[in-house]
Design a protein around this ligand. Structure first.
Ligand SMILES: C=C(O[C@H]1C=CC=C(C(=O)O)[C@@H]1O)C(=O)O
Length: 433
């Protein structure tokens, strides 16, 4: 088994940063992604959907952690960092003030660390509000506020001569793993398991993550386009958003590929919404999220039936769950209690986790783990790192895609579905033709 992740380009600051952060309004930040300056492949930060969200660059401080208590350790470090910070915030919007970006490993026994990054500069946009936050050590000279790097940036170059090859398992070997999972399900060992495969990407020249982000944002505008410490992608799945006591989660499970013919796709959407196999797969995922959120909420709304979410490559069954939090949980605490949901692991969770480790034959690293951002008060947004890749060097990435397997799943269809889930990243790695 190989493990792949970018080498951290900055020393890790386990000691909290004594930070000074200053947020001021900006008159315009209409295209957030166009403001990203040329940076190292693992220093570009993004959480953007439909032109809104936060981007960042530079590393004021970062933290790495691993193991069973990775969420608690990250939470502790961020609490100490936020408590020690001097925050000046003239904007007062979700995402203004001091923020960190984060990307957590899927498995407790992963060799790949979970990462939190406090950027030097954050630019955000929400509705008619736009702002810039500058973050520095409190004993550094005061930040100027209007960062001179906020001007037009060089356009990212298109990737050149990109080659794709099998990751840990070829499509054929992965199909064998799906068959084995189906036997385990037939033997009543478990109800559902999500199996993933990987694809390696290589180029002879450096790949600019800003190109990938822009392509993903153009083509998949209902997703959250993310980049944190070298993991880059466009996730349609919001694990948890916490804003002023209100928690929301978008649960996805149950998928059908799009054909490109709109009227045929509409008919397929109808059949997805009626497919007992997909509804069952979806119900496991909704249950796992609702059960975990119930422990932190006084009231919750779980719609009885899912809707169909249309993306350019696939359609998903989707359910938006909402609740009122009645304890001191931060968005990261909630993400920890929801992870791993049945959308990325299975049912029962512990058995599915073992089957994944045995059949996938790879370390998922930060794929399928929570990815997002959090503010000093703990509010924030954590998606599930899906439809993504991890830079393994400036010229190479590993892409991941997984599928929920339940009784009734068809192996060939699952292979085709995993290919469809690779599409967003494959297209984003091509020069626009
Ligand atoms: C595990 C992935 O997708 C999950 C999220 C939505 C739908 C899924 C499905 O229908 O299989 C998966 O559970 C992935 O994209 O790698």
């Amino acid at each position: 088994m190989t493990t792949l992740d970018p080498t951290p380009s900055h020393a890790d600051a386990a000691v909290p940063l004594h930070a000074r952060s200053r947020s001021i309004p900006l008159s315009d930040a209409s295209d957030l992604l166009a403001l990203l300056p040329v940076s190292a492949h693992d220093e570009v930060l993004s959480w953007v959907r439909k032109g809104e969200g936060v981007i960042g660059w530079g590393v004021a401080a970062s933290y790495e952690t691993s193991g069973e208590d990775r969420f608690e350790a990250a939470e502790r470090w961020w609490r100490e960092t936020a408590d020690a910070a001097e925050v000046e915030d003239a904007v007062d919007q979700p995402g203004s003030g001091l923020v960190c970006f984060g990307s957590m490993a899927f498995a407790a026994d992963s060799d790949i660390p979970s990462r939190l990054v406090v950027p030097e500069v954050v630019v955000g946009r929400r509705g008619r509000h736009a702002w810039v936050t500058t973050i520095a050590a409190a004993d550094d000279p005061p930040a100027s506020g209007t960062d001179e790097r906020l001007g037009p940036q060089p356009e990212p170059a298109a990737p050149q001569a990109v080659r794709f090859s099998d990751g840990e398992l070829s499509a054929g070997s992965w199909a064998g793993a799906v068959d084995q999972a189906l036997h385990r399900i037939a033997d009543d060992e478990l109800d559902k398991v999500v199996l993933a495969r990987s694809l390696d990407v290589d180029s002879d020249v450096d790949i600019d993550p800003r190109w990938i982000l822009r392509r993903l944002a153009e083509d998949y505008d209902t997703t959250w386009v993310f980049a944190v410490a070298g993991i880059v992608g466009a996730t349609p799945e919001m694990l948890v958003r916490l804003e002023r006591g209100l928690v929301t989660s978008r649960v996805l499970a149950g998928t059908i590929r799009r054909t490109g013919d709109d009227s045929h796709d509409l008919a397929l959407a109808g059949s997805l919404a009626r497919s007992s196999k997909d509804l069952e797969e979806h119900e496991y995922a909704v249950r796992s999220v609702a059960d975990a959120l119930a422990e932190h909420t006084s009231s919750m709304n779980v719609p009885e039936a899912p809707f169909v979410l249309h993306l350019n490559n696939v359609m998903h069954l989707a359910t938006d769950v909402a609740g009122v939090v009645d304890d001191t949980s931060t968005s990261l605490t909630l993400a920890a209690s929801l992870h791993p949901s049945a959308a990325v692991c299975g049912t029962p969770t512990a058995v599915a986790g073992e089957v994944i480790a045995e059949l996938e034959q790879m370390d998922r690293g930060r794929y399928a783990g929570p990815v997002g951002w959090m503010d000093a008060g703990g509010d924030g947004e954590w998606g599930i790192a899906l439809r993504c890749g991890v830079f393994t060097s400036p010229r190479s990435l590993r892409l991941y895609a997984g599928c929920g397997i339940v009784a009734g799943s068809d192996t060939a269809s699952e292979v085709a579905e995993s290919d469809a889930k690779f599409l967003p990243m494959r297209e984003a790695l091509s020069p626009r033709g």
